[in-house]
Design a protein around this ligand. Structure first.
Ligand SMILES: O=C(O)[C@H](O)[C@@H](O)[C@H](O)[C@H](O)COP(=O)(O)O
Ligand code: SF4
Length: 634
């Protein structure tokens, strides 16, 4: 099947926009490539330090310089239910590496924040920046330069983007992401949301709310809504960075353990000295990035990826912007209805055919590049139409995913999709550029024209709600929530109260330079407004009572204010004094000062860019990721 013309055109546009930065990136990758094991570039003292604590058998292997050594980079901690299963992984991976005649060392840990724990709390103001901390921590782990491939253990929101950004700065290394899988389904996400709205109305108390939440989040594994974590899992499949179909197999099961071991064995096969060399910097190319955007749109994935995918692409020398998302959204059908875009959860998505079905439905009409390089080896993306299973001897095998949806309310064919366009929309106008997740918003709520009510914090919105001041049509403008202001927190605590008002028949919407959770739904929210208020963004000029037009059908976001008055207005002062102290926020001043805009990936480690017109895609100076290898002998 030939490629869809819009996918071909957008990919070509990305390729030409990225030509200079991508060729510099690939030149560095080739320079970093070594003939034998990478560790041969180290001196005797470095080597002795590196394997001093290794078990005797591994030490011999490491010293002999003949077989690959794998880096385990893990985000294990007990705070994220999704990452708790990683506690057992290093031993599984090391054993599998030895069985493959290789070695594996735990190269380093990376931090992982649970956005569910920090949601609505000061810690959420570190969340976005934790992505770049994770990227830096990944680089610290890999900079031991002992490794021929990397195994990245991460699932949730900022962790997969951070690990991948870090790994791409070692683009010469093959990298396989090793997932954990979703927790068993608890109460439905709809039921969870219903109890929250009843709590917001004062109909139930803390005890009932806590009991409901504990029935939703009840054991190890990823939360079962389709938020940023599970969007990450989808991306790792569609980008070919998982073993095929690994994303949504449940944790702590024989099949999961077999997949984990197989990831180590596969990593040992795809190093530079082998015949199947698969460097991550070549897996993540313009086609894989375009495929990632398509996968996000077709499944109604998290709005956070309109930021993270930009940053991931940048790390591979590839420049994308929200026009790419907009143009693909016009032609990519919505094939999945998973909460908040529907009632099902990811376990039901997986049971209905999951990623194998979705990738097949997108490959057939040419809505995905099929000729991509993946960690699975030959066969390109078609390999990801398969699902893993255990054969009668308990060995790992793969079978074709169903060609028919196992549940028409959860998965739809491309020929008869839930919507003919993708789940994300770009809005533009005199307030800047913003994104909105339309797949989670009913059509009758996608256009709101109402008076602005301006707030400096989400707490102020909740206080106004509790005082009964919001019982009307209005657009909540929550300003100074961008990366440079306070780290661009998710304002997901607003979902229940705005949902109550919407259910009462009021036409409400949210406009902010902050973020929402990937799990936010139902209420129309224009988020990530770029440029942010603190970077001169016009959102800071909105006043109470201004007429706001929020039109997700036609991509319009504007304040209907007399032009002369609009120009004459000064931006409101930022009330940020308490948003930068306490809970460690004072440690992130450099991140806030350096952060690029949301449309530029909110990257904090590139040289600060002069404020450019919102419509131009910043092309931050391309640094040479591989300069460190200059001294390495080939
Ligand atoms: O982007 C995301 O997917 C969210 O950050 C998610 O990871 C976060 O944990 C939500 O806040 C949980 O959803 P609830 O708060 O609705 O449980
Ligand atoms: S999905 Fe969100 S709430 Fe669940 S473990 Fe991951 S970060 Fe925490």
């Amino acid at each position: 099947m030939s490629l869809h013309p819009v996918l071909a055109a957008v990919t070509d546009r990305i390729r030409s926009r990225s030509a200079a930065s991508r060729s510099l990136y690939l030149a560095g990758l080739e320079r970093a490539r070594t003939k034998g094991p990478v560790r041969q570039a180290l001196g005797c003292t470095n080597l002795a330090h590196a394997y001093a604590a290794a078990p005797a058998g591994d030490k011999i292997m490491l010293r002999e310089m003949r077989r690959p050594n794998l880096a385990i980079v893990s985000s294990y901690n007990d705070m994220l239910s999704a990452h708790q299963p990683y506690e057992r992984y290093p031993e599984i991976l090391k054993r599998a590496a030895r069985e493959a005649g290789a070695t594996a060392q735990f190269a380093g840990g990376v931090p992982a924040m649970c956005d569910g724990v920090t949601q609505g709390e000061p810690g959420m103001e570190l969340s976005l920046f934790s992505r770049d901390v994770i990227a830096m921590a990944t680089a610290v782990a890999l900079s031991h330069n002992m490794f021929d491939a990397a195994l990245c253990l991460g699932i949730c929101d900022k962790i997969v983007p951070g690990l991948l950004i870090g790994a791409l700065h070692f683009g010469h290394l093959p990298t396989i992401f090793v997932p954990g899988g979703p927790m068993p389904s608890g109460i439905s996400n709809d039921e969870k949301a219903r109890v929250r709205q009843r709590f917001a109305k004062g109909e139930v108390g803390h005890e009932a709310l806590l009991a409901s939440e504990e029935k939703s989040y009840h054991s190890a594994g990823t939360c079962t809504f389709y938020g940023t974590a599970n969007s990450n899992q989808m991306l790792m499949e569609v980008m070919g960075l998982h073993l095929p179909g690994a994303a949504f197999v449940p944790p702590n099961t024989p099949l999961r353990d077999a997949l984990t071991a197989a990831a180590a064995k596969r990593a040992a096969e795809i190093g530079a000295e082998g015949a199947e060399y698969t460097p991550v910097g070549r897996v993540v190319d313009e086609r894989a990035i375009a495929n990632a955007i398509v996968g996000l749109l077709a499944t109604g994935g998290s709005t956070n990826h309109t930021i993270h995918l930009v940053a991931i692409a940048r790390a591979a020398g590839i420049v994308i912007d929200w026009d790419d998302f907009r143009d693909l959204s016009d032609v990519v059908p919505l094939l999945a209805r998973v909460y908040p875009n529907g009632r099902a959860d990811v376990n039901q998505f997986h049971a209905a055919g999951g990623m194998g079905y979705v990738i097949g439905e997108l490959l057939d009409p040419g809505l995905l590049h099929g000729d991509t390089l993946t960690v699975a080896g030959e066969g390109g993306l078609a390999r990801y139409r398969q699902q893993p299973c255990l054969d009668e001897a308990g060995r790992l095998a793969w079978r074709d995913a169903p060609r028919e949806s196992g549940d028409a309310s959860v998965l739809a064919p491309a020929a008869a999709p839930f919507s003919t366009d993708g789940g994300l929309k770009l809005l533009a106008g005199n307030l800047g550029r913003a994104v909105v997740k339309t797949s989670a918003v009913k059509p009758e709520h996608r256009r709101v024209e109402a008076r602005a009510r301006v707030f400096d914090t989400q707490e102020a919105v909740m206080a106004a709600f509790d005082l009964g001041e919001l019982q009307r049509d209005f657009v909540a403008v929550v300003r100074y929530q961008g990366p440079r202001a306070n780290g661009m927190p998710e304002l997901h605590k607003l979902t229940p109260i705005l949902g109550v008002l919407q259910d009462q028949g009021f036409h409400v919407a949210l406009v902010t330079d902050g973020r929402m959770s990937g799990a936010s739904g139902k209420v129309p929210a224009a988020i990530h407004v770029t440029p942010e208020c603190l970077a001169g963004g016009p959102l800071a000029r909105v006043r109470d009572g201004d007429l706001i037009v929020f039109d997700a059908e036609h991509g319009v976001l504007e304040a209907r204010v007399d032009a002369a008055e609009w120009q004459a207005r000064r931006p409101a002062d930022a009330a940020l004094e308490d948003a930068r102290q306490g809970m460690g926020r004072e440690l992130f001043a450099a991140f806030r000062a350096n952060a690029l805009g949301a449309e530029q990936g909110a990257i904090t480690f590139l040289a600060a860019e002069p404020a450019a017109p919102a419509t131009a895609a910043h092309v931050a100076p391309v640094h040479d990721h591989f300069a460190f290898t200059r001294g390495v002998t080939a």
